[in-house]
Ligand binder design. Sequence first.
Ligand SMILES: [Zn+2]
Length: 369
Amino acid sequence: MIELLKDLIQSAPTLNNGELRAAEVLADFFRQHGIPAELDTWNGNRANVTASVGPDNSDAATLLFGAHLDVVPATKDHWKADPFCPVEEDGKIIGRGSVDMLGGLCAAAAAMVDLSRQQLNGRIIFAATAGEETDSCGVQRFVEQYRSRIKNPIGTIITEPTGMKILRAHRGILWLKVETKGKTAHGSMPHLGVNAVLKMNAFLNRLEHWEIPHTPHPLLGGCSISPNRITGGSATNIIPDSCCLEIDIRTLPKQNHREIIENLKALCESIQNEDPDFKTQISIIRAVDAMETPADSPFVKAVCKAAGIHETQAAGFTTDGPHFQKLKAPVLILGPGDGTRCHKPDESIEISAVEQARQTYQTIAANVL
Ligand SMILES: [Zn+2]
């Protein structure tokens, strides 16, 4: 299992490289252990791997494990060693993707091997998918392809790093781009143009005191909004005709993204009523729904019991969970490693944590099926 983890880190499944090499490594691992694995490839270097154990029957009770193959990029700066040459040190594996989430992926893959040798009352499907860190393209393909092949799903476990806490909710993402439009002119004659940077300033002044109407959630707290990136203008002596602002909104379950955008448009209209030169365009950069699985769901209770954990919590990050929810089964997030190490230099995971996760996944699967 640890060799698999090292091979996957070495395959460097970043957005630039694609996941194909990692997917081939994983598919080979399954096939070497007698587990059928399907490789789905597209756009040259993108890939998902799906493996299953238990009866090959779409009506069978089905437990899913969901993991993402892709990792965020890394340069050698700030790393002690090459981020894609894994180092084993003090009981840890150091390398890009070790904790987010190739460690959890390997634990579930190894649990599949253990489970393939047991008598099961259902089947387990393991989906290792592409693009979670960018646009969730892989999980969307998986759900489309497998929706009709999984008629009786009992639940999905996403193996993101939670320190083996059971998480059942997270906020959603709504990333918006707001562009103010102006009219260019010579920098010495501002009265002949419309300055898009100044229009953005007017927008920001209003946005600072603007709130998205919502009721705070008991586990997740409130929704949040933050303008985090701004670009505008082309030269010191040109009146800018465009200024772009990127806004990070974190939403709660049941909050409607379309409604938030409509509210933001209404804010822009109210500014335009006072200033006819104020013109904006709003577009979506990325949208991921929030997720919540009810605490009293039988699957949650069964997983908690099998794992010997009584309390469920919420995640501070988003996952592919909302896509897996389209299979109409409850989703939980449970995986090895310290989530605060994600996306950082010298990212690492304890080998013992991966071993423990393998054992826990096996126990859960044997108990819930
Ligand atoms: Zn992740």
